[in-house]
Design a protein around this ligand. Structure first.
Ligand SMILES: [Zn+2]
Length: 144
């Protein structure tokens, strides 16, 4: 099984962008192929491909993490709200992952709601740099 999320979770010394915060059930990371600074993913620590397979203990932490990460994003990015979305449909990315996405005050109309996915899967040159993702990770940690 080739699973991006499980590979990242198994890294002994994960960079800050890959482990902004974690507990025994969840790990928060900065999305790697986005052009929108602050686009986070919240991932269960074990391989689960449907929300229905989360345990009660995992479910109990889920809401807390979604809200805490949203608060931290609001403080760090100045977003007016966050979007929380879960599909896990792309090949190699079936591992459940919740997108926690800052909606910025100046975000164009065509990038609001589902249009925000226009910031995902962008070419390498348009992605938020590793350095910037690590800086954001450090700033977010200070608000968690
Ligand atoms: Zn996995």
């Amino acid at each position: 099984m080739d699973c991006y999320s499980c590979r990242q979770d198994g890294q002994a010394a994960a960079p800050p962008r890959e482990r902004i915060a974690a507990d025994e059930h969840w790990r928060a990371a900065h999305c790697f192929d986005t052009s929108l600074p602050g686009w986070l993913v919240l991932v269960p620590r074990r391989h689960v491909t449907t929300v229905a397979d989360l345990t009660d203990a995992e479910a109990a932490g889920l809401g807390l993490w979604q809200v805490r990460l949203s608060r931290a994003l609001t403080a760090v990015t100045g977003c007016v709200k966050t979007y929380v979305v879960q599909f896990a449909e792309k090949e190699g990315f079936a591992h459940v992952h919740f997108h926690i996405v800052p909606r910025m005050p100046d975000q164009p109309d065509d990038r609001r709601g589902p249009g925000v996915f226009g910031y995902l899967g962008v070419p390498e040159g348009e992605r938020v740099s590793e350095r910037r993702r690590d800086e954001l990770a450090a700033a977010l940690r200070a608000h968690l």
